[in-house]
Design a protein around this ligand. Structure first.
Ligand SMILES: [Zn+2]
Length: 166
Protein backbone atom coordinates (compact mmCIF):
# COMPACT_ATOMS: atom_id res chain seq x y z
CA UNK A 1 0.00 0.00 0.00
CA UNK A 2 1.20 3.54 -0.66
CA UNK A 3 2.32 5.12 2.59
CA UNK A 4 1.81 8.73 3.65
CA UNK A 5 3.36 10.63 6.56
CA UNK A 6 2.22 13.75 8.37
CA UNK A 7 4.55 16.72 8.14
CA UNK A 8 4.58 20.46 8.72
CA UNK A 9 5.61 22.69 5.83
CA UNK A 10 6.65 26.31 5.96
CA UNK A 11 5.30 28.08 2.91
CA UNK A 12 8.19 29.46 0.81
CA UNK A 13 5.91 32.32 -0.31
CA UNK A 14 4.22 33.67 2.86
CA UNK A 15 6.28 31.94 5.57
CA UNK A 16 3.30 30.44 7.40
CA UNK A 17 3.33 26.80 8.47
CA UNK A 18 0.67 24.27 7.60
CA UNK A 19 0.17 20.49 8.03
CA UNK A 20 0.39 18.20 5.01
CA UNK A 21 0.39 14.52 4.17
CA UNK A 22 3.34 13.47 2.02
CA UNK A 23 3.85 10.19 0.20
CA UNK A 24 6.80 8.16 1.50
CA UNK A 25 5.93 5.20 -0.73
CA UNK A 26 3.85 5.27 -3.90
CA UNK A 27 2.57 2.16 -5.66
CA UNK A 28 3.18 2.64 -9.37
CA UNK A 29 1.19 -0.35 -10.61
CA UNK A 30 -1.90 1.83 -10.17
CA UNK A 31 -2.21 4.12 -13.19
CA UNK A 32 -3.47 7.06 -11.09
CA UNK A 33 -0.34 6.87 -8.93
CA UNK A 34 2.00 6.40 -11.89
CA UNK A 35 0.55 9.46 -13.63
CA UNK A 36 0.80 11.51 -10.45
CA UNK A 37 4.56 10.89 -10.44
CA UNK A 38 5.19 11.21 -14.18
CA UNK A 39 3.14 14.45 -14.34
CA UNK A 40 5.01 16.01 -11.37
CA UNK A 41 1.86 16.07 -9.22
CA UNK A 42 3.14 14.02 -6.27
CA UNK A 43 3.91 15.78 -2.95
CA UNK A 44 2.89 19.20 -4.26
CA UNK A 45 1.20 20.82 -1.24
CA UNK A 46 -0.79 24.04 -1.58
CA UNK A 47 -0.62 26.70 1.12
CA UNK A 48 -4.06 27.29 2.71
CA UNK A 49 -3.04 30.88 3.56
CA UNK A 50 -1.85 32.25 0.21
CA UNK A 51 -2.52 29.46 -2.33
CA UNK A 52 1.15 29.00 -3.25
CA UNK A 53 2.06 25.43 -4.23
CA UNK A 54 5.45 23.86 -4.81
CA UNK A 55 7.12 20.46 -5.03
CA UNK A 56 8.14 19.38 -1.52
CA UNK A 57 11.74 18.05 -1.60
CA UNK A 58 10.66 15.00 0.39
CA UNK A 59 12.30 11.65 -0.49
CA UNK A 60 9.94 8.82 -1.44
CA UNK A 61 10.03 5.38 -3.01
CA UNK A 62 8.30 4.50 -6.25
CA UNK A 63 7.41 0.78 -6.23
CA UNK A 64 5.73 -1.33 -8.89
CA UNK A 65 5.25 -4.83 -7.47
CA UNK A 66 3.77 -6.12 -10.74
CA UNK A 67 6.71 -4.92 -12.86
CA UNK A 68 9.06 -5.87 -9.98
CA UNK A 69 11.15 -2.76 -9.35
CA UNK A 70 11.56 0.18 -6.98
CA UNK A 71 13.34 3.56 -7.23
CA UNK A 72 13.97 6.19 -4.57
CA UNK A 73 13.79 9.90 -5.24
CA UNK A 74 16.31 11.30 -2.77
CA UNK A 75 16.85 15.04 -3.39
CA UNK A 76 19.19 15.18 -0.38
CA UNK A 77 20.78 12.33 1.58
CA UNK A 78 18.20 10.67 3.83
CA UNK A 79 19.65 8.33 6.52
CA UNK A 80 16.14 6.83 6.85
CA UNK A 81 16.64 5.23 3.44
CA UNK A 82 19.87 3.57 4.65
CA UNK A 83 17.96 1.83 7.45
CA UNK A 84 14.96 1.09 5.19
CA UNK A 85 17.33 -0.62 2.71
CA UNK A 86 18.77 -2.76 5.55
CA UNK A 87 15.26 -3.71 6.69
CA UNK A 88 14.27 -4.59 3.12
CA UNK A 89 17.38 -6.79 2.76
CA UNK A 90 16.27 -8.71 5.89
CA UNK A 91 12.68 -8.89 4.71
CA UNK A 92 13.03 -9.63 1.00
CA UNK A 93 16.72 -10.58 0.47
CA UNK A 94 19.86 -8.50 -0.17
CA UNK A 95 19.47 -8.66 -3.97
CA UNK A 96 15.75 -7.94 -4.04
CA UNK A 97 14.59 -4.85 -5.90
CA UNK A 98 13.41 -3.36 -2.61
CA UNK A 99 16.89 -3.59 -1.05
CA UNK A 100 18.79 -2.50 -4.19
CA UNK A 101 16.47 0.29 -5.35
CA UNK A 102 18.49 3.06 -7.06
CA UNK A 103 18.59 6.37 -5.14
CA UNK A 104 18.23 9.23 -7.60
CA UNK A 105 18.64 12.89 -6.57
CA UNK A 106 17.60 14.56 -9.83
CA UNK A 107 13.84 14.58 -10.48
CA UNK A 108 14.06 14.30 -14.29
CA UNK A 109 16.60 11.49 -14.00
CA UNK A 110 14.34 9.74 -11.44
CA UNK A 111 11.44 9.65 -13.91
CA UNK A 112 13.78 8.49 -16.69
CA UNK A 113 14.96 5.57 -14.55
CA UNK A 114 11.34 4.55 -13.82
CA UNK A 115 10.61 4.49 -17.55
CA UNK A 116 13.77 2.46 -18.22
CA UNK A 117 12.40 -0.28 -15.95
CA UNK A 118 9.09 -0.30 -17.84
CA UNK A 119 11.02 -0.42 -21.14
CA UNK A 120 13.09 -3.38 -19.92
CA UNK A 121 16.40 -1.46 -20.07
CA UNK A 122 16.72 -2.08 -16.32
CA UNK A 123 15.58 -5.16 -14.39
CA UNK A 124 14.77 -5.25 -10.68
CA UNK A 125 16.24 -8.04 -8.48
CA UNK A 126 13.84 -10.84 -7.55
CA UNK A 127 12.23 -11.06 -4.12
CA UNK A 128 14.26 -13.84 -2.48
CA UNK A 129 12.26 -14.45 0.67
CA UNK A 130 9.53 -13.09 2.88
CA UNK A 131 10.72 -12.74 6.45
CA UNK A 132 7.59 -12.36 8.58
CA UNK A 133 9.54 -11.28 11.71
CA UNK A 134 10.94 -8.30 9.81
CA UNK A 135 7.44 -7.50 8.56
CA UNK A 136 6.15 -7.44 12.12
CA UNK A 137 8.88 -4.98 13.06
CA UNK A 138 8.01 -2.84 10.06
CA UNK A 139 4.38 -2.71 11.20
CA UNK A 140 5.33 -0.87 14.40
CA UNK A 141 4.76 2.89 14.38
CA UNK A 142 7.89 4.87 13.45
CA UNK A 143 10.00 6.19 16.32
CA UNK A 144 9.15 9.73 17.30
CA UNK A 145 12.76 10.86 16.92
CA UNK A 146 12.97 9.68 13.32
CA UNK A 147 9.72 11.33 12.36
CA UNK A 148 10.77 14.60 13.98
CA UNK A 149 13.98 14.60 11.96
CA UNK A 150 12.05 14.08 8.73
CA UNK A 151 9.70 16.94 9.48
CA UNK A 152 12.62 19.22 10.30
CA UNK A 153 14.20 18.16 7.01
CA UNK A 154 11.10 19.18 5.06
CA UNK A 155 10.75 22.50 6.85
CA UNK A 156 14.43 23.25 6.37
CA UNK A 157 14.32 22.40 2.68
CA UNK A 158 11.20 24.50 2.16
CA UNK A 159 12.90 27.44 3.83
CA UNK A 160 15.88 26.90 1.57
CA UNK A 161 13.67 26.94 -1.53
CA UNK A 162 12.06 30.11 -0.16
CA UNK A 163 15.49 31.70 -0.10
CA UNK A 164 16.15 30.64 -3.68
CA UNK A 165 12.89 32.20 -4.82
CA UNK A 166 13.66 35.61 -3.29
ZN1 LIG B 1 1.63 30.65 1.79
Amino acid sequence: MSKQVDATIRCPNCGKEYPVKLFRTIWGEHEVNRNMVLNDQINVPQCPHCGFSFKAPYPFMYVDVKAGFAVWWEPQHDPGIDSDARDYATMFGANSYYATAPRIADWVEFKKVILEYYQGKRVGGKIERLNMDALKKEANPPKQGCLGALIALVVFSSAFIGLLLL
